[in-house]
Design a protein around this ligand. Sequence first.
Ligand code: ATP
Ligand code: MG
Length: 332
Amino acid sequence: MGNIRLENVKKAFGDAIVIPDLDLEIENGEFVVFVGPSGCGKSTLLRLIAGLEDVTGGKIWINGRDATGEAPASRGLAMVFQTYALYPHMSVYKNIAFPLKMAGMDKKAIDDKVRGAAETLNLTDFLHRRPGQLSGGQRQRVAIGRAIVREPKAFLFDEPLSNLDAALRVAMRLEISELHHQLKTTMIYVTHDQVEAMTMADKIVVLRAGIIEQVGSPLDLYRSPRNRFVAGFIGSPKMNFVEGDKAAKRDAYAIGIRPEHMTLSTDDGQWPGTVRVSEHLGSDTFLHVDVEGAGMMTVRSDGDVPIDHGVRVFLTPDEAKLHRFDADGKAL
Ligand SMILES: Nc1ncnc2c1ncn2[C@@H]1O[C@H](COP(=O)(O)OP(=O)(O)OP(=O)(O)O)[C@@H](O)[C@H]1O
Ligand SMILES: [Mg+2]
């Protein structure tokens, strides 16, 4: 069981208010991802839940019990950081066993748990090695193993994959998703990575300056962002925004259209422009087009489009996929 509820949570460091007043409910077994710009309070929120920071106001409930004043150890949560914080002189086995040994568990029980976790994480062959003899991905798996053996009510991950190279990130992302399916334990995961947020989360929490802008499933946020901030934050490449005449025609202050929701033509279309940069990714091509009367817009096209810098093109938005915003950025 790992139900976590934040009620009117406030956090200030001296005069600086980082989280003004936040409510959030995390259901048992959910995979919740916190996203938001650097400095918006993601790590702080995680540390408040873990008990590594004290709240300035409000309450934190874990499984219906007021855990606000509790020490980190008695909350029953396990945190995994970007830096693995392994003991360099201990073997993988001893690193994973460490929290259990500290808790005074007997040797046989420890052995069962360590071997079980190693099995789950494909670490069985590495149990005798030291962290220095492992790759970054293997080290992060050891850190996760050390969290798993504690059988926490919830796992708290703070950008656990950001030290890994791109290929390893993808592999570990799948492993953590798989782990979640297997363990069905609540996970709270902080990331900067759009793909991680979209693919791993049951629920994404978009934060800005310590305030929740929107909470929802990845596709809810993608399809129905509540405001311009969320619209611009979720999705990669970013949604294009246009103000002025093109928006006024649709009774909006601004309109938003995603790169994948426009069609590209060299003959005819609604918005004429000139290609400034074309990025050929193989699978897709992203064209950055200087659209007349609208400025730079990004359009997604097929991997094999032969269009390059300087070509005159026309973009046509899919009307059904247009987002409209008022002057305050609220979705209409
Ligand atoms: N111990 C501290 N003392 C003072 N200010 C702090 C402290 N910890 C964090 N802050 C401030 O609180 C704000 C939120 O920081 P936090 O680390 O939670 O951001 P974040 O969303 O995790 O950012 P990033 O994406 O860069 O990791 C920042 O403005 C930061 O400078
Ligand atoms: Mg952080």
